[in-house]
Design a protein around this ligand. Structure first.
Ligand code: AMP
Length: 211
């Protein structure tokens, strides 16, 4: 069974890789950011998200555990954006142990901060189909229009310079510790995230082949 975690700072390319990984290995893609955004402007989440802060652990753990209990996750899953704190990782392990499961690999996508700021400020997303573009590196064919479904592209509320800075600092202070946590478990795969999406995926699939 393949139970994967995609790990890395915001803007590392987790969403792009998640699409390829889940398709290639037939895994359910669980992005906590997407799950929270689907809840639209729920007063419980919105203030944290627009400030670039983390939603409280108990709220997010409950949401993920509930989702992981669904039958479609029994053949494997790909977590994207979760866990983001030590407590979330410990709660996930507790739940999986109870279910007789475990995390098989954590793909840690490493990128430089300067590149992240560039990627996030240029990111444009499609609210209709989830397509993601970048005005510098991957512009849509027609400005402001999704290549995949023709809807108008938007800029995420949290992709502005102040919030990007806050999200990076949250990653450094609360999330980065997990590299050590999973390295100690021997399941961390360090991936160079500065390369093209194809090359990034190649590193992931090479690791999976060797598992
Ligand atoms: P993302 O789409 O992964 O960049 O997440 C967007 C925002 O959703 C984050 O900045 C947080 O406010 C919230 N969020 C997503 N995943 C988590 C998580 N595992 N724990 C706490 N907050 C989260």
């Amino acid at each position: 069974m393949k139970n994967f975690i995609l790990f890395g700072p915001p803007g590392a390319g987790k969403g792009t890789q998640a699409k390829t990984i889940s398709k290639t290995y037939g895994l359910v893609h669980l992005s906590t950011g997407d799950m929270l955004r689907e809840a639209k402007d729920d007063p419980m989440f919105a203030p944290y998200m627009s400030a670039g802060k983390l939603v409280p652990d108990n709220v997010i753990v409950e949401m993920v555990v509930k989702r992981l209990k669904k039958p479609d996750c029994s053949e494997g899953f790909l977590l994207d954006g979760f866990p983001r704190t030590l407590s979330q990782a410990q709660e996930l392990d507790k739940f999986l142990t109870k279910e007789n499961k475990k995390v098989s690999a954590v793909f840690c996508i490493l990128t430089e901060n300067e590149e992240i700021v560039k990627r996030l400020s240029g990111r444009r997303v499609c609210p209709a189909c989830g397509g993601s573009f970048n005005i510098d590196s991957m512009p849509p064919k027609k400005e402001g229009i999704c290549d995949l479904c023709g809807a108008n592209l938007i800029q995420r509320k949290d992709d502005n310079p102040d919030t990007i800075r806050e999200r990076l600092s949250v990653y450094d202070k609360q999330t980065k510790v997990l590299i050590d946590y999973y390295e100690k478990q021997g399941i961390l795969a360090k991936i160079d995230g500065m390369l093209t999406p194809e090359k990034v995926f190649e590193q992931i699939s090479d690791y999976v082949k060797k598992m």
